[in-house]
Design a protein around this ligand. Structure first.
Ligand code: NAD
Length: 283
């Protein structure tokens, strides 16, 4: 079998078109554009690529984008004071906290201080709670992007054997809740599964496999079940090239559909971020 590609742009392009139209109509009605503020503390080369893609997408859609950079030595209280200002500013529709934050600034404390209605990334505890309860609201962008790709594959989720490798708060955990909502049978593997050498056993039975670890080649192509749908969230730089966590060539021989890296989940994640901003603007 040779897998077909699950490309993010196939979903992102029409979605961006419809968001653009929606924003134009909202602008005409409200007399102003949605405004997204990204807050970073110190400058981070690690987040530069994601930032660039946020700026480009916001601009293309007609969302005002402002990057606020606080000095790298700003204390946690200083960051909280800035968030309080943004929460109260009626012209601000959405807020993104750029990671990583410097030592001494606790990500959890910062995310909890956001007005949940302005949480563009869907990572406020109240919004994560909504994901758990299966209620609408801003949801974490990467798992939503994964769900869109999975649905576009045409796979029937009810009762499907789904395996997620990676249990982070930003990808694996919320994704497991989203798949449970669709009545998939979900197994979540993590470092503990890896330490016991059990990851291959789980991967081998996955009809739907999602991997979000950040280790190139962790998932051997030969473990992938014939006909599986494979979503590779991992982004790793190997010899100057971006690759995922799954051995792509070998996995493509067995999977029915697979996301490329780059070009799979990544391009959709930022579109989902903008969708959260548009929804906040509507509310
Ligand atoms: P993380 O470091 O927070 O979590 C990694 C997870 O992998 C943990 O659950 C850990 O237990 C698990 N793990 C580590 N080693 C393992 C092993 N040997 N076997 C099994 N599980 C193991 O990472 P994250 O923030 O969730 O990101 C994961 C990857 O996804 C990274 O490459 C990141 O760059 C990428 N990512 C991509 C997007 C996107 O939009 N495309 C968004 C977020 C993250």
């Amino acid at each position: 079998m040779s897998a077909t590609l699950l490309q993010g742009k196939n979903i992102a392009t029409p979605l961006k078109e419809s968001l653009k139209k929606e924003i134009e109509a909202l602008k005409a009605k409200k007399g102003r554009a949605p405004r997204l503020v990204a807050l970073q503390v110190g400058e981070n080369p690690a987040s530069a690529v994601y930032l660039k893609s946020q700026i480009k997408t916001a601009e293309a859609l007609g969302i005002e984008y402002e990057l606020k950079t606080l000095d790298g030595s700003t204390s946690q209280d200083g960051v909280l004071a800035e968030i309080d200002k943004l929460n109260k500013d009626e012209a601000v529709t959405g807020i993104i906290i750029q990671l990583p934050l410097p030592q001494g600034v606790d990500h959890r404390v910062i995310m909890s201080a956001l007005d949940p209605a302005k949480d563009a990334e869907g990572m406020h505890p109240a919004n994560l709670g909504r994901v758990l309860l299966g209620e609408p609201g801003p949801a974490p962008c990467t798992p939503v992007a994964c769900m869109e790709l999975i649905k576009s594959s045409g796979i029937k989720l009810r009762g499907v054997e789904a395996v997620i490798v990676g249990h982070s708060e930003i990808v694996g955990k919320p994704l497991s809740m989203m798949l449970l909502k669709e009545f998939a049978t979900v197994s979540v593997c993590h470092i503990g599964t890896g330490e016991r050498g059990l990851v291959p056993d789980y991967v081998k039975r996955a009809e739907l496999l999602i991997v979000a670890v950040g280790k190139a080649g962790l998932i051997k192509g030969e473990w992938v079940k014939e006909g599986a749908i494979v979503v590779d969230v991992g982004i790793n730089r190997v010899e100057g090239k971006l690759v995922g966590d799954v051995e792509f060539e070998e996995a493509s021989k067995r999977a029915a559909q697979i996301t490329p890296v780059p070009g799979g989940v990544g391009p959709l994640t930022v579109t989902m971020l903008m969708r959260n901003v548009v929804e906040a603007f509507k509310r």
